[in-house]
Structures are given as structure tokens and as C-alpha cells.
Write a protein that binds this ligand. Structure first.
Ligand code: NCD
Length: 316
């Protein structure tokens, strides 16, 4: 079992065997989290600071819960969007944080690359909880765990990622992870929401849901990220739902046992029909939330082990 990372900034730097190590450990944390007594003292004495410069419901709460279940001292710093002035402000924030001696820093930031920059300036382990359109590694890992548990494997699956690919860090991290694990990936959505140069990724691109979903094992829907759009990317939400929203008719083209995923927050009636999202025979959206806590426990556990293996400033 090897995990050689000091930080978890993205899926890009991870090896396939490190992903497997993390998911195997997360499976154990699913078991722990289903027990009445959920506590472990693995992170006892360590300080975890969550810094969210962007709104979050499930990611922030699951990082908080994960840290508490592992016995860490968890602090949430609420960062107002107005406090972001890029560059200098972020480095000043890093210096302030360093003075508080955290061991784990969980950061979400609206700018791509901001979390990497912060990681270079602090002494602790940093986890990227989503930076701009760049990466959201724990989301891709929790999606991978959900798929692996539902399908019994995480390789040679046909997986369709659908909707607003261009603005989605979730899509990007998932693409990287599913590619490393040797799956066949299709991207389905309007051409205006496909990133430029996507063909180089070794994926199949479809602008038609019926064709894109044909015989897939996994249908991953994405939220229409209106806050990241600075122009008219879609004709109207109604038209978008008609062509690219997941409903029973379109889902009928996938394999009969295909699972439906969505990272949340969901726009019912925009990218997905509410009855599909709630169908416990098809939708694994609630499992994704459950796996989120377990994957974040596993990530913090592995980073803390690597932290302990390094000499501290006091003993150095
Ligand atoms: C995603 C995010 O913030 O990137 N949500 C999440 O973490 N569960 C996806 C989204 O906002 O659409």
C-alpha cells in the first residue's frame, strides 16, 4: 500500500495504484461510518482548517464530519467572496494560517490554480476542495468509489459524462481519474459547453443524448454552471432540458442496469428529471454523498501518515 503525496491538489499527479490504495481505505471508512460508534482517534492532536472561498454544502460539511470522525480539531473559516483580492491576499492568508500551525488545510477557491499556490506557501498538507474550473479531486474519488461499489469494478466501463463539461472541475477530475483506470469515456452535451481541444483527451464526443448514452454503464450528469458563464451558452433552460436533460426516455438508451450520478447541487427540470434523481433503482446520488465522507476520511488519513513520517520543525 503506497501513497506518496504530500498534498491532494488534483487527480493529475496521482498514480493508478495510489487511487486504488485510497479507495480501498475508503471502503473501510464506509464500514466505520455505518457503525453506531463512528469515532477513531487517528487524527487526534492534529488541527484541520477548512477554508471555503466559495459556497459549499456537501463538500464542506463532509470534510468537517470526516475530520471529526477521525478525532482532529476542526475549524471552519468562513471566507467572504469580497475578501478575495488574488495574489497578495492569498499569500497573506497563507502566512496567517501558518502562524496557527494547522496540519491539514482544506481549501475551495473560485480561481483555478489558487490552491496550488497556497500549498507552496504553507507547511501543512493541503487538500483541494475545488479550484475554479481546474480540479475537484475528492469529488472524482468519491464518484470512483460509488462506481466501483455499484459495478464491482472501476475499469473497462462505458461512462458518459453529460452536460456542462467546459465549466466543470468535476468533469475534469473525473476524466483524468477514469482515464487512468482505463475506462471508455464519452462526453455528451452541446458544442458550446465542450472545452476546446477535448479530442486530444482520447474521449468520444456527442452532442446527442440518445447516441451518447447508448449502452453505457454509468450516466454522470453535471450541473449547468451558470455562475461561470459570461454569455449565452444555451438557447434557454427549457430547450436545454428538452435536448440534454436526463429523462426516462433518454435513459432507456443506456444499459438496463446503468447507474445515474450527479455531484449536486441539482437543478431538477434543467439537467435532470426529479423522478430519475429519486429513483433508488437507478440513481446513486445519495450513495455519492455517503462515499464523500469516507473518501475524505481516507484522504486525510493517508496525508496525515505522510505528515507523521516527516520530521517536524521542532524535532528537526
Ligand atoms: C460541485 C462543485 O462545487 O464543483 N459540487 C460539489 O462539490 N458537490 C459541482 C457543482 O457545483 O455543480
Amino acid at each position: 500500500m503506497r501513497f506518496d503525496q504530500r498534498h491532494l491538489l488534483g487527480i493529475e499527479p496521482l498514480r493508478a495504484d495510489e487511487i486504488t490504495t485510497l479507495l480501498d481505505l475508503a471502503d473501510q471508512y464506509v464500514t466505520l461510518s455505518r457503525r453506531r460508534e463512528k469515532h477513531s482517534s487517528l487524527l487526534s492532536g492534529l488541527t484541520q482548517i477548512n477554508m471555503f472561498f466559495e459556497n459549499s454544502t456537501r463538500t464542506q460539511s463532509s470534510f468537517e464530519l470526516a475530520g471529526k470522525r477521525l478525532g482532529a480539531d476542526v475549524m471552519n473559516m468562513s471566507m467572504q467572496a469580497s475578501s478575495i483580492k488574488k495574489g497578495e491576499t492569498l499569500i497573506d492568508t497563507a502566512l496567517t494560517l501558518n502562524a496557527m500551525h494547522p496540519d491539514l488545510l482544506v481549501v475551495r477557491h473560485p480561481q483555478s490554480g489558487a490552491v496550488d499556490l497556497l500549498a507552496q506557501k504553507v507547511h501543512c498538507a493541503v487538500i483541494n476542495a475545488g479550484d475554479g474550473r481546474h480540479e475537484h479531486p475528492t469529488q472524482a474519488l468519491l464518484d470512483a468509489l460509488t462506481i466501483r461499489r455499484a459495478k464491482g469494478r472501476l475499469h473497462r466501463l462505458n461512462i458518459a459524462i453529460c452536460g456542462d463539461i467546459a465549466h466543470s472541475r468535476v468533469a475534469r477530475s473525473n476524466l483524468l481519474l477514469l482515464h487512468k483506470m482505463e475506462n471508455r469515456i464519452r462526453l455528451v452535451g452541446p458544442a458550446t459547453l465542450m472545452p476546446a481541444g477535448i479530442d486530444a483527451f482520447g474521449v468520444e464526443v456527442y452532442d446527442n443524448m440518445e447516441e451518447g448514452l447508448r449502452d453505457v454503464d454509468v450516466v454522470m450528469m453535471l450541473r449547468l454552471q451558470k455562475e461561470r458563464m459570461d454569455g449565452g451558452f444555451i438557447p434557454s433552460e427549457r430547450e436545454y432540458y428538452h435536448r440534454w436533460g436526463l429523462d426516462a426516455e433518454k435513459l432507456a438508451h443506456a444499459k438496463p442496469d446503468a447507474i445515474v450520478m450527479h455531484p449536486g447541487p441539482m437543478n431538477r427540470g434543467v439537467e435532470i428529471d426529479g423522478t430519475i434523481a429519486d429513483d433508488i433503482n437507478r440513481s446513486v446520488i445519495q450513495e455519492q454523498v455517503e462515499m464523500g465522507v469516507a473518501v475524505r476520511m481516507a484522504a486525510m488519513d493517508l496525508l496525515a501518515r505522510n505528515l507523521r513520517a516527516r520530521p517536524t520543525e521542532l524535532s528537526a
